[in-house]
Design a protein. Sequence first.
Length: 429
Amino acid sequence: MALTLVCSLLVWALGTGPASAELTIRITEGADSAIPVAVVPFAENGGIPAGDKINSIVQDDLAMSGEFRTLSPEKMLSLPSKRSEVYYRDWRLLGQRYVLVGQLSRNGDRVEARYELLDVNREERILGESAAVSVGNMRTLAHHISDKVYEAITGVPGAFSTKLAYVTLDTAKGEPRYRLQVSDVDGKRARVRLESKEPILSPAWSPDGKKLAYVSFETGKPAIYIHELGSGNRTKVADFRGLNSAPAWSRDGRSLLLTLSKDGNAEIYRMDIQSRNLKRLTNHWSIDTEGVWDHSGEGIFFTSDRSGGPQIYHKSSETAEPRRITFGSRYNARPRPDSQGDYVYYVHQRNGGFHIARTDLSNGEETVLTRTASDESPSLAPNGRMLIYATKHSGTSVLTVISADGGAAYSLPATEGDVREPAWSPVIR
């Protein structure tokens, strides 16, 4: 009975349908308090490659955060490329708070961007930098600029240069085809990292962003692998009798939390990756699963049905007694704490639907963040300001990003079929 329920928690996240290698952005809801910012098309000198433009990518990045409202270039009264060309009165008339201007120049196989962010009301420059990349990395340059602009305005580091991991499902010739993919946060530059006829679940990023741990059924039973993204090397680290599931990295990258049923019941263990030594962290007749480290790196959150249905629990240390965190419904699962210790996010059932909710750890107040009804697999951005999850839109599985307070949303649907199991990477150095 216990194993059946745990497995249902795992495979619930996968549906059927064809997959696409790349996702597309669809803004679904903006915040009323979004800050108006104009991203002026950059002036180009010296044979800049055709294709996606820097200003368009930066516009999309800022808009997807839910914190900014961008101005279409068609509505701009002029197209300045440096501070001396900016007439602040014009931008005030257009209701803009900030203006980003810049120039691109090419030198051999390198492209350099010089850009300035201007405060319209104060008529001063608040950011002025240059950055260069190889010709083939224009999107990398654009995401870098987005991060700098976001931080200059909000005081919080941007997360646009990070990555997403997710699983797609394609049916070809009557057989399922699962693909583990990694892309930019806007769904572009997707690459397939693993392909299998059997399910792939629960991708989890290492703290340095260089590895993924995940569950694969490729041998006919669940096993946990570590995948080095640079080399493609894979190592099977857990293939015990019964369930092997829900890997989660420690902050130092030296150990994994795992759910194992090798001793007869689903429990949470910590594995030292180098030695493969295991330490059992829970011991109860109920199902204990989906362990994840808290912000301190000393305690864990996990899902358990010890109170009669799935709920979120917290252990402040490996030896502490568990404390129940969620009470708002009969089903709360898949905990994802923020990095500051303020909130824990999770899947929450209410009125027959599944939503993403969060609990304020200081006072226990619960807030339901999503309005869709088939939501799963929440994952926080490393800056704590955005959260991605999987849901259904018009019968199709999509990834949706919301601001961490639920105030704005955009979706990343595959052009065809299902996409699930998102995991937001840490900042990759």
